[in-house]
Design a protein around this ligand. Structure first.
Ligand code: NAD
Length: 454
């Protein structure tokens, strides 16, 4: 199905779409299509939990509590479009666990988003926050629609109606959204403003912490925008150090050139790593001499995609996955590296910027072929870690400088990496399983200390 053809789910009757011409950049070609394998993301993540639980002998009651989200909220809300017609939207907020602290996780605007994805992504946030020793639980949510199809004014009304519909189901001490695919600092500014104007509050400053990833002038923190890419780069540097792998002069491929993909490429370029291939929802480009990652990032920020960027040759998705490079960073959607892609990849490392980009079968092939994987649950945890710093600054009415944010992030990533590496070595398991073991150990200990109410 073309990306533009999909809309809200079938049980939602939509008002006719705006007559405004749709942007063709949303259309994906067959060569741009993800693997055909059947993929239930939530079942996949549950499988990782089961594997970790069997290694550390997690009690059945803990495993069963963590195998399902605590709350699954679905809201439908109407929005007036620019042409005066009304369209009904479907929004989700899945709250997986709050045993370690308030629910925490991004809001995704994407036409293919589903309940299954949000359940998987919410549980991933629980594992990520636990692994990073943050005082947060896990959540995820968003709206099933293509944000590229609507105007800025429509996007603002959709966001405000969504956060209004969520009402008291979010809050700075209860559930704290952040940006994810299709949302950004501007979305968070509208969300925070809507919440502040809806709930009534004692302290405006403290309530700002209802969302993170805000613009700096509206209560955001320095370093949040690039935080996920920065955390990923710290992780890659750690991996390189431990594997005596010199990053200087190495070649990089990135799939998805939005927030995570573009910041990762720019930061790696400062370390001498050359971006030779890049892809997004419009197609794939190759430049054996290396792209200027800064220039490509500015181009995408002003044009909305890599389409039409002059300094690269168009290649197919199949060609992209079989190129010779050193590091591959998937930073788009889940389910992108199946068996076919894993057999084709000619790299030494797959560092997961996206959530769930590698299927379990794909990962088995990668590991068999000696290609190492830095899994999402640690590799992209820099975003939520700096979100935590933003939340702390909002609570304390403080503004930390960029050096403080980066120093703390580097320490947090290195600390998590060494705990995971220790478990992987001692348990003789792969890195992803080791991440889940470390995360589950903390959660399990809390359940055993607090026990179950009443
Ligand atoms: P974004 O919206 O800024 O960028 C998404 C990119 O993916 C765009 O370049 C888009 O063109 C591309 N894309 C979409 N569909 C595609 C397709 N079918 N094929 C190839 N490319 C496609 O999103 P983002 O915030 O960079 O998030 C990317 C991934 O990283 C997601 O999996 C998200 O959950 C994960 N992530 C994001 C953050 C964060 O802080 N933003 C934190 C952790 C994890």
């Amino acid at each position: 199905m073309s990306e533009l053809a999909s809309g809200t789910e079938t049980n939602v009757r939509e008002a006719p779409r705006s007559s405004r011409p749709l942007e063709v950049i949303g259309r994906s070609s067959p060569s741009n299509a993800p693997p055909e394998e059947r993929y239930e993301f939530f079942t996949v993540v549950q499988g990782y939990l089961d594997r970790a639980a069997s290694i550390i002998g997690t009690p059945a009651y803990v495993q069963s509590i963590l195998s399902q989200p605590k709350n699954e909220l679905i809201v439908h809300f109407p929005v007036r479009m620019d042409n005066g017609e009304y369209r009904l939207f479907k929004g989700y907020r899945i709250q997986h666990s709050n045993i370690l602290g308030p629910y925490k996780g991004g809001m995704r605007y994407h036409e293919s988003a589903s309940l299954d994805d949000f359940k998987a992504l919410a549980s991933l946030m629980t594992w990520k926050c636990s692994l990073m020793n943050l005082p947060f639980g896990g959540a995820k949510g968003g709206i099933k629609f293509n944000p590229r199809e609507v105007s800025r004014a429509e996007l603002q009304r959709i966001t405000r109606r969504f956060f209004h519909a969520l009402g008291g189901n979010i809050g700075p001490d209860y559930d704290i959204p952040a940006p994810d695919m299709g949302t950004n600092a501007q979305t968070m500014a509208w969300a925070m403003d809507t919440y502040v104007n809806t709930v009534g509050m004692v302290s405006k400053q403290a309530v700002m912490g209802v969302v993170t990833g805000k613009p700096i002038t509206s209560g955001g923190t320095f370093g949040r925008e690039k935080a996920t890419g920065q955390g990923l780069v710290f992780c890659i540097q750690d991996w390189a150090r431990r594997n005596h792998f010199d990053l200087e002069g190495k070649k990089l491929m990135v799939q998805g050139f939005g927030n995570v993909g573009s910041h990762t490429a720019v930061l790696l370029s400062h370390l001498g790593v050359s971006l030779v291939a890049v892809g997004d929802h419009t197609g794939y480009l190759y430049n054996p001499e290396g792209f200027n990652a800064h220039r490509l990032q500015s181009y995408v920020q002003s044009h909305g995609s890599i389409a039409g960027y002059p300094n690269g040759n168009a290649i197919t998705r199949e060609d992209f996955f079989s190129l010779q490079a050193d590091i591959f960073v998937p930073a788009a959607l889940e389910n992108q590296v199946g068996v076919t892609e894993a057999e084709a990849l000619q790299v030494k490392l797959v560092a997961e910027g996206a959530n769930g980009p590698t299927t379990p079968d794909g990962e088995r092939v990668l590991l068999r072929r000696g290609i190492e994987v830095l899994p999402d649950v640690i590799a992209n945890a820099g975003g939520v870690t700096v979100s935590y710093y933003e939340w702390v600054q909002n609570r304390r009415s403080e503004q930390w400088d960029i050096e403080e944010v980066e120093t703390r992030l580097r320490e947090a990533m290195e600390n998590a990496y060494s705990r995971v590496a220790h478990v992987a070595l001692n348990a003789g398991c792969d890195f992803r399983t080791a991440c889940y073991v470390v995360a589950l150990q903390r959660l399990q200990q809390v359940y055993e200390e607090r026990e179950i109410f009443p």
